[in-house]
Design a protein around this ligand. Structure first.
Ligand code: PLP
Length: 366
């Protein structure tokens, strides 16, 4: 709790997104310890979208990143990152945007993922008429059922096709195991191994055909500890770990530190047991089951009453004295990635509790 003391918090206009610098540093340190260095880490920057945080990761030794949008890719390229993988499928007019990043930063080793013949052929046409080459990793569906080609023969067919397409280079396999979320670590480990096994078998099949699989990139925060134990996995790509949130924290307490929160004030007390905070849907992402956040320092979870764009009404836990209008609370979002994307900038809180600077959320949006 002490590490979240903010001195003179009343001088910060609320609602505000806060980033606790020391906690970000601690998460980077823990990640280095878990992976014994940073050489197999390809952190996903969709969680923070901030050049300043990417710079902290780079200062620790991270030299490659994953991202989801052309804007994130451009932010990384402008920072001098030499190896950027956009783990998203360029389709239609969006192809032009990512090819534009490659044209603007030709020295960057830029790759994307793909799982569809037609979309890959369209990407090839745009790349070859722009005179650039982009790497492609086959996106494998190993159980999440969101995107991805079927492992095995269908992926081998795609790999052979990519190899032949002008402007494209076959780089390997991508496998995001977002279905590995069970709070029971043993269960999670089993599902992660089951999922990655399909990718490893596909890698062997492709290599047996004579094509080389440069890299197999896998996993988010809940599974990377397990899949990184598999020698065939070249890189792991968690994102949420850097700021952590209550969604993951409630399932895996203490693995990382909460490093970003929303500071909110009581703006009204409409009944003896009710408070209204100034952090509604436009301050904390509502893409999780209610209540979307945990209130730091409350003796118990409050009851979620109602929520609007800029209002959040809570019923206080029994026996808790009602706070006053103007009192401030730190809210830990259930989903920090979508919450950060709601903000233009974050207030940085240093180890001494002082608000020292603001960092722009540079790659906010797409
Ligand atoms: C393709 C891909 N890779 C990696 C990640 C990172 O996962 P996490 O946020 O669980 O660390 C995500 C998360 O959405 C993702 O979609």
């Amino acid at each position: 709790m002490d590490k979240y003391m903010v001195s003179e918090a009343h001088l910060i206009p609320t609602p505000a997104l806060l980033v606790f610098r020391e906690c970000v540093e601690e998460n980077i340190r823990r990640m280095g310890e878990l992976l014994r260095g940073y050489s197999r880490l390809r952190p996903h920057i969709k969680t923070h979208k901030m050049a300043q945080v990417a710079k902290m990761e780079m200062a620790a030794g991270v030299d490659k990143f994953k991202c989801a949008t052309p804007k994130e890719a451009a932010m990384l390229a402008a920072l001098g990152v030499g190896d950027i993988m956009m783990s998203y499928h360029p389709v239609g007019a969006a192809i032009q945007r990512i090819v534009h990043v490659k044209r603007r930063y030709p020295q960057v080793d830029l790759s994307v993922i793909g799982d569809n013949e037609g979309a890959l052929k369209a990407l090839s046409e745009v790349c070859s008429s722009a005179g650039v080459e982009i790497g492609v990793l086959i996106d494998l569906n190993t159980g999440m059922d969101r995107t991805g080609a079927a492992p095995g023969e269908p992926s081998l067919t795609l790999a052979k096709m990519i190899q032949e397409l002008a402007g494209l280079r076959f780089d390997g396999l991508h496998c995001y195991d977002g279905h590995v979320t069970n709070p029971n670590p043993e269960f999670r480990k089993r599902t992660a191994f089951h999922s990655i096994q399909k990718a490893v078998e596909t890698k062997e099949l492709i290599e047996a055909s004579g094509l080389s699989v440069e890299r197999l990139v896998a996993s988010g925060s809940p599974a990377f500890e397990y899949t990184s134990q598999i020698p065939d996995v070249d890189e792991v790509s968690p994102g949420t770990w850097i700021f952590w949130d209550e969604g993951y924290g409630s399932k895996n307490p203490g693995q990382f530190e909460w490093a970003a929160m929303v500071l909110s004030s009581v703006i009204s007390t409409p009944a003896p047991d009710l408070i209204c905070l100034d952090a509604g849907n436009k301050s904390i992402a509502p893409d999780t089951p209610e209540p979307h956040f945990k209130v730091l320092g409350f003796p118990d979870d409050p009851e979620f009453v109602r929520r609007n764009e800029e209002h959040q009404v809570l019923r206080l836990p029994k026996g808790m004295p009602r706070p006053n209008v103007g009192d401030q609370f730190l809210l830990v979002p259930y989903h920090i990635c979508t919450t950060v994307n709601l903000w233009d900038e974050a207030c940085v809180i240093d180890a001494d509790g002082c608000f020292s600077e603001t960092w722009p959320v540079d790659a906010r949006g797409h």
